[in-house]
Design a protein around this ligand. Structure first.
Ligand code: ADP
Ligand code: MG
Length: 270
């Protein structure tokens, strides 16, 4: 069996005396969609944020595509080079990454927020072009061509020159998805991508996410859209109180939950 795209192992995270993640273990296989459900405050956003290094874990580890998030394992060659300069680094040991290296790791993970977080002063096209030019040093001409393709993919080819405030929430979120895709991420994280939308705009955003799922993009989607989970998820994870209470295929977790807390959550119909 192939290595999972994401491996979360015994992750703990506290804010002061509040234990928000209390031992999370999760595997996400390449090309699969994992939907995370759970009541407000259960730690879903914090989990996504640790995977994207927006938060540092207190203990445990996370790897994405075999790379340890936030750390680097010293290779023999670079330990030797550093030792020559009196560095004394040992192969195999873990070293925490500096901010610049963290940013580089983060470019390979796309993050779509509840509130879109577009740059208000940039056009739709420039919102999508900015990151590949700034972070990946792509020539602007190439980035523009790629951005136009991505905008077409999310159904917004005709909005390239508009500003975010001229778009509906659903359109803004589709721009945000195009922007995340512009970095050609190995992994896409969605944190309640439709929660800020009027009900009639939810479908158009879910359709874009479904299209990405069908094309084999590896995704973790935090959402309250149970219908979407049933239709699209390869795995469903139910979190409560900082732990994963139950996980498995949608047919099990959604239609035959084993835990009382999962049943109670689903029957509330949120
Ligand atoms: P969810 O996304 O499932 O609603 P969160 O991960 O956002 O849950 O939050 C889990 C708990 O952690 C909540 O009680 C929240 O108030 C708390 N929390 C989240 N981020 C912080 C932070 N930066 N500082 C302090 N408390 C936080
Ligand atoms: Mg949240």
């Amino acid at each position: 069996m192939s290595t999972p795209m994401v491996e979360v192992r015994s992750v703990h995270k506290s804010f002061g005396s509040l234990d928000v993640l209390r031992g999370i273990d999760l595997d996400v296989r390449a090309g699969e969609v994992t939907v995370v459900l759970g009541p407000s405050g259960s730690g879903k956003s914090t989990l996504l944020r640790t995977i994207n290094h927006l938060e540092k874990v207190d203990s445990g580890s996370i790897t994405v595509d075999g790379t340890l998030i936030g750390y680097r394992r010293e290779s023999k060659a670079s330990a030797r080079r550093a030792s020559g300069k009196g560095g004394g680094r040992r192969p195999g040991r873990l070293y925490e990454l500096r901010e610049r290296e963290v940013l580089r790791q983060r470019t390979r993970i796309g993050f779509v927020f509840q509130n879109f977080n577009l740059f208000p002063h940039l056009t739709v096209l420039d919102n999508v072009v900015e990151a590949p030019v700034a972070a990946l040093k792509r020539p602007r001409k190439d980035a523009v061509a790629a951005a136009r393709k991505l905008l077409a993919r999310v159904g917004l080819a005709d909005k390239a020159d508009a500003y975010p405030r001229q778009l509906s929430g659903g359109q803004q979120q589709r721009v945000a998805i195009a922007r995340a895709l512009a970095l050609e991420p190995k992994l896409l994280l969605f944190d309640e991508p439709t929660s800020a939308l009027d009900p009639e705009l939810v479908g158009e955003v879910l359709d874009v996410i479904k299209d990405l799922a069908a094309s084999g993009t590896t995704m973790i989607v935090v959402t309250h859209e149970i219908g979407f989970a049933r239709e699209v998820a390869d795995a469903v994870v139910f979190m409560d109180g900082g732990v994963i209470v139950e996980q498995g295929p949608p047919a099990e977790v959604l239609d035959a939950p084993r835990h009382e807390r999962t049943r109670a959550f689903l029957s509330r119909g949120v």
